[in-house]
Design a binder for this molecule. Structure first.
Ligand SMILES: [Zn+2]
Length: 259
């Protein structure tokens, strides 16, 4: 074999090797590009999925529930046939309801957590304690305009004959009547089958409902002037059942309503 032929063969081998190397390089580049595009799309999809989850969480945010335990301090409210004091029973039920709502993920504000009326001890409160207290409670409701305001009270009447839970609602917000109806229905269906009471629209005699602009109801949990109902309301187990019934109604109202 001549040296010229050997050189030609080397040139062919070199050209083939170079061509093969180029093809391998091109294939590698193609694979890298494919992997990059795949990874990018996957990350983009993951980010979108995460954003969807965050959006869903935000849309499921619950409104704040304000629980207003009626009376307090110098103002005991109604006195029961067995000596039970309304302000204490109101606070006990309010605490139970608060615990249940918070346990289900809702934000709760209590207008009072102690045995007090809400007024400024440094102000000139003589003769105005009750009106200052109601104004302070209304201010809490107005400071949380997207909230649900639930005031807890006990009823009393000169005669023993009346009994049963009664819900009042504010005329100022259409949600109030819906919530009141939900509460009254739950009580009739679950707690007091004999309770045929209908919800009532509050007039100016119920200051908080008359002035509140958000969804606002007042629950008269029962008649302390009726000895049988007063005994029930004095029992912690019954109060817990009552609080749970109110909780279930509020929960359903919030679930059904786009607040
Ligand atoms: Zn009361």
């Amino acid at each position: 074999m001549s040296s010229k032929n050997i050189n030609n063969d080397r040139s062919v081998i070199f050209a083939l090797s170079f061509a093969l190397f180029s093809v391998v390089l091109a294939l590698l580049a193609a694979v890298m590009i494919f992997i990059s595009v795949f990874v990018y799309e996957h990350i983009a999809q993951s980010e979108q999925a995460m954003n969807n989850i965050i959006d869903a969480d935000i849309s499921q945010t619950y409104p704040t529930v304000i629980i207003d335990a009626g009376h307090g301090g110098e103002d005991g409210g109604a006195i029961g046939t067995n000596g039970a004091v309304e302000k204490a029973l109101n606070l006990e039920i309010s605490f139970m309801l608060c615990d249940m709502l918070r346990a289900s993920g809702m934000n709760v504000i209590m207008t009072r957590t102690e045995d007090i009326l809400l007024y400024d001890r440094n102000a000139d409160y003589m003769g105005h304690k009750k009106s200052l207290d109601l104004r302070a409670r209304l201010e809490i409701a107005k400071s949380n305009p997207d909230s649900i305001f639930v005031s807890i009270h006990m009823n009393a009447f000169p005669s023993e004959k009346y009994s049963g839970l009664q819900v009042w609602y504010s005329k100022n917000n259409s949600g109030s009547k819906v919530l009141a109806d939900m509460l009254q229905s739950y009580v009739s269906n679950k707690l007091q089958p004999e309770n045929g009471r209908k919800i009532k629209q509050a007039n100016s005699s119920i200051y908080l409902l008359d002035r509140a602009v958000s969804t606002a109801v007042l629950v008269e949990c029962g008649f302390l002037s009726n000895s049988a109902e007063c005994e029930k309301l004095s029992d912690g187990n019954y109060r817990r059942q009552l609080a749970f019934t109110l909780f279930a109604a509020i929960k359903e109202y919030i679930g059904n309503t786009d607040i």
